[in-house]
Ligand binder design. Sequence first.
Ligand code: ZN
Length: 424
Amino acid sequence: MRTLIKNGYVVSMVSDIRKTDILIEDDKIVRIGTVSEENETFDKVIDASNMVVMPGLVNAHTHVAMSIFRGYNDELELMNWLQEMWKIEDRMKKEDIYYASMISGIEMIKSGTTTFNDLYFFEEETAKMAEQLGLRAILSRAVIGEGDDCLIRVRESEELYHSWHNKCDGRIKVCVGIHAPYTCPPDTIKKSLELADRLGTPVHIHYLETKDEVEKIFNVYHKSVTDYLKELGLFNYHVILAHGVHVNDRDMEILKNISGGIVHNPISNMKLGSGFAPVKKMRERGINVALGTDGQGGTNTMDMFEEIKLATYLQKGLLGSATAMSAKDALQMATIEGAKVLGLDSEVGSLEVGKKADIIIIDINKPHLKPHHDIYSLLAYSVNGADVDTTIIDGNVVMEHRNVMNVDENEILEKVELVKNKLF
Ligand SMILES: [Zn+2]
């Protein structure tokens, strides 16, 4: 399969922006530069004139099946909100998770996300969604609780790994997921890490999200969250640390040496009143910071362009400086730096010869995008998810002119409404 993308503004995230062509063969980018159509045959030619061609976005922290909670009890404090939500989650069946994941999957493809990193339960249903829609995913079953509850969830994590790891030509990967330090006693964390050891996977965990978490761990264990996790051995693994809102200078001394990094979820952190992550400082210390949406309780959409914009505005506002974070910085976090945090940067996150063809094409011939002076600025501050025209993952066109392939979108819209009515 040979696909040619012609004449777009190519934003590779690793070299200067230029107007040129990209040639894809099967799942990979094989050429970036002028490609003559004479004496060559292509299975598909995409005219990207007046369009931006950039890497697919990496949403590094999600709970995609939480679409079902969009707008539910929006104005509650995090702990109260979690307790309300857990009552509903207890009633959710596999089929509910499938449709709730599916609606997020469609939303991600339509707003330019090509890779997501998910932590939830019944993840095999989310895997089916990613398989069907053609998304790239890292999936983890959230281990939470203690005793038998913990053991059941560790076993489910292992089963998920054996059923889905490296499936769909390697598009789907499985890692170990731990809910959070404040919901998992030391033994639960140890058992999860033993599993990560056995399977050789990264570990995805909520980390330093709220002040309550800091106080709770200190009151019970008389140490900081970072010391608590370090002593349990967490930082010996590749770690995907969701939030990092309350990271201090001492924590950064440990974090700067880890494999993996922090996932910043600016909208979730502001909406839940969790606080402001010191993103500029962490990146200056050499800590990789990805971007994520979190679940639809923390944020109400999966549109990563909203997170990109808010990430820069938050640092500018917080630090009282218009230069605190640039448009390009935030775009890097949503692409190549996000891929680094997930350990996928040798495959995705930038447009380079030899990398996987995970590409989005954005129509910039629109009133809110014309005229413009700087394409990074345009992408970070003016573009929104609905401007994405075409999405390509692993060399496959999964959305063209806003039509998502491989699924009947209207049927999913109806089905997810029925799931909502049943659960609430
Ligand atoms: Zn989360």
